[in-house]
Ligand binder design. Sequence first.
Ligand code: URA
Length: 428
Amino acid sequence: MAALDAVSVITGKRDGGELSDAQIDWVVDGFTRGIVADEQMSALAMAILWRGMTRRETARWTAAMIASGSRLDFTDLPRPTVDKHSTGGVGDKITLPLAPLVAACGAAVPQLSGRGLGHTGGTLDKLESIPGWRADVSVARMREILADPAIGAVVCAAGADLAPADKRLYALRDVTGTVESIPLIASSIMSKKIAEGTAALVLDVKVGSGAFMKTVDGARDLATAMVELGRDAGVKTVALLTAMDTPLGRTAGNALEVAESIEVLAGGGPADVVELTLTLAREMVAQAGLNIDPADVLADGRAMDHWRAMIQAQGGDPDAPLPTARHTEILRAESTGILTRLDAMSVGLATWHLGAGRTRQGENVQAGAGIEMHAKPGDPVQAGQPLLTLHTDTPEAFPTALTALEDALTINPTTEPNPAALILARID
Ligand code: URA
């Protein structure tokens, strides 16, 4: 076989060719070891963005990224493993009630999560607002927690050795305008999920203004690519497309979202959060081969018991008061009518400006910062009533946050309430 070199791999893809398995293995491995330079990988990512990759190329690329690090194996656990991945949205706190709920149904839920960057929050940032809770858990401890029938769920940070090629490539894509390639997004997400060792996976692919994918067609293509990658790697995978034009629930921000998740576990909480939690839980339980209705497990308090055990297993105090921000500001309705629009992206950006998110990796986030939503689309509102409460420790952030919210809300004096669908499609 001829010696491989980065320039011929780049030009081959630039000119519309298919990369061979050997070329993909070589370039991903070379990039991980520093033999293929960042500028060469950036050029290849741009060529892939324009030319695409076939199903075979995408599967091989994913396998090469998994092989760049270690792969966890939970096949010896006494319970079936199943995980969920969301492509990210505003107010998307679903992992918090979902992981303990599915564990209470009898599955083991190994959920390796990330921190937030930009307008969508990170699950780890949310859980870190619980006093004492820690995101770093060794693989040995993960295994103990997953095997324990009283806990069964772990939400923790991925170790540095999980798909390290993806970590480096994602950082490059972020600064070279090459994030929006379906084969690259699909392989990035699925390499981490497959390496995490779950036997089954439910994907929540968000669609709308506050999501990565703005159209149903784009989200369907991404979901299909990820379902195919999962199946090809032996992970039972199904995807739901769910709406993200409006934030989920009535809070966005770290401690605010934890409090709302606890309401759901206690049997209350906003209807959309409950609906999505139960829909995803039913999919996960079915993928795990269990015959139980998660609604019963939520209603009788078993999910709450697993939440408390899960938080305690990672050093957290489930009874400690959650942090609150020092300053609040209220945004009021300018007219009377029906609230017809509450734009997810604007709420996400305002939440970020208030201090709940970060602009650079490694920055601290404020636990108490965020936005409470007192009305959601479809609700009647009166002029002057509070619509949003903004929370922050840094009141100088209020003007920027309020600017981000300027065109976020529409109140229509005549429209009848017309609730939008939350679950848009299922892909398996
Ligand atoms: N999330 C990821 O992990 N990777 C991507 O490429 C996009 C979103």
